[in-house]
Design a protein around this ligand. Sequence first.
Ligand code: OOG
Ligand code: MG
Length: 253
Amino acid sequence: MSVDVDALAERLDRAQRSAAAVRQLTATDQLDVPTAYRIQQRLVHLRTGRGERLVGLKMGLTSQAKMTQMGVDQPIWGHLTDAMDIDDGGTVDPGRFIHPRVEPEVAFLLDGGGAPTAVAPALEAIDSRYAGFQFTLPDVIADNTSAAGFVIGAWRPVPVGVDNLGVLLEVDGRVVQTGSTAAILGDPRRALARGLDQARAAGVRPEPGWVFLAGAATAAAALEPGAHVRAVVEELGSASLRVAGPATEGGAP
Ligand code: OOG
Ligand code: MG
């Protein structure tokens, strides 16, 4: 299989930077999973080459709800950089995204060995670089698992069990998704173990202070201009963000 890994990574990188969707890579190139991860590595390398810093890893498609929503049936892993970091309660500019969605997550804080030292409720903004938010397994792996932004709530010590905590996703104060952390491969810590195994096999070593997103427990919701979004995880608390909207643009009330 002869694939121009650099050219495909550059295409996805341009799509992200210009917030303009592209066709699925698999529309023109035959990609297997290992090649797709090589494209992702190259894509992340382009970002770090511009000064972005790696700050963590993520799992995706670790719940049945997400696999069903996206029509892809295998967990995947990706990279988080500091450019994706959104303050808890912060406001994001929708102009940086193509067709963003948001989902509730559980985040772990890692020590150098990859062991979790703390846990937090989190939100992930995902934004497929593919038209129609549609992709095959190799496409979404190459696209760094649609990673676009993340919000981490307050860290707290990891409780004995994080495997059966209720999860809510609220948009403008209305609950739009409900679930349980049990939906994340049975236990978010399993997603952590699986993600770290896969990352290490690819030569990625977690650094102390890295964040790990275990994957959404529920389907994602559209992230609309002006929206206020909150994830609530039982026992852990909440994380929120606001999208700048037409009502607040240009300093209007
Ligand atoms: C792929 C990323 C999935 C999750 O938590 O399941 C993901 C996508 O749905 O675009 O981040
Ligand atoms: Mg996610």
